[in-house]
Write a protein that binds this ligand. Structure first.
Ligand SMILES: C[S@@+](CC[C@H](N)C(=O)[O-])C[C@H]1O[C@@H](n2cnc3c(N)ncnc32)[C@H](O)[C@@H]1O
Length: 219
């Protein structure tokens, strides 16, 4: 599916934001949730990974450097074009594609790793779980209602996780780590109330890893 002839309001909003502020201004440093678990990621069989609502693709690019073939989905065609070009120039396996995740669902049993960071679309949660291969890892992190209740930011509550909502959203996955805390965002330096989940889909792991020794780094 490609961008619609009549763009979605979210697509317009994010395109305008990315055009105004530039994709680099959001920082290309990957999420600490991924970096802190690099050892675990390196033990995962190489294969397809999914980054939903990828934005500038900081997390998709990181996974590609570790050797994954990454599908990066986003509703902003401005972000998708930027990421595709950025990955192409660095010869990284990131396939950036336009998608409206309010409508589109990822296919089942596809991915070794699924990443959902700084985005909340409740309707997609069962499909994220189903899209993992047995043994696959889910990395999920986004803001909680404490952003409003404790930190006083004015924003719609529908974009925020309720207490323990994330913990209870993937009943068929095995939780490896879960926390709710106030953190300082690395790029903006502002405080964020975040819930983070690292979970694994039970079942036999895939075929043997064909990973080169050590994480691959971009030149
Ligand atoms: C806060 S950014 C997060 C980007 C990235 N995950 C990160 O952590 O750097 C949210 C992203 O969600 C995308 N988005 C918003 N609504 C979407 C939708 N319905 N389908 C796909 N992407 C969407 C926006 O274009 C934006 O790039």
């Amino acid at each position: 599916m490609g961008p619609l002839a009549t763009p979605d309001p979210e697509q317009i909003r994010w395109n305008e934001k990315y055009r105004r502020e530039g994709l680099e201004s959001f920082g290309i440093k990957p999420s600490s949730l991924l970096v802190e678990h690099e050892n675990l990621l390196c033990l995962q069989p190489c294969g397809p990974a999914l980054d939903v609502a990828a934005g500038n693709g900081r997390n998709a690019l990181y996974l590609a450097r570790l050797g994954f073939d990454v599908q990066a989905l986003d509703i902003s065609d401005v972000a998708v074009a930027w990421l595709a070009e950025h990955a192409r120039r660095r010869r990284l396996n990131v396939y950036a594609r336009w998608a409206n995740l309010q409508i589109e669902r990822p296919s089942e049993h596809q991915y070794e790793v699924v990443v959902n960071i700084n985005y909340l679309e409740r309707g997609i949660l069962p499909a994220l779980e189903a899209s993992l291969r047995p043994g696959g890892l889910l990395f999920f992190q986004t803001m909680t209602t404490d952003q409003v209740d404790l930190l006083g930011e004015r924003m719609p509550r529908r974009f925020l996780l309720a207490p323990n909502e994330l913990r209870d959203s993937f009943p068929n996955l095995k939780t490896l780590e879960y926390q709710e805390s106030i953190v300082t965002a690395s790029v903006s330096g502002t405080k964020k109330a975040m819930a983070s989940l690292l979970a694994r889909k039970p079942g036999p792991r895939g075929c043997d890893p064909v990973r080169p020794a050590g994480p691959m780094r971009a030149p």
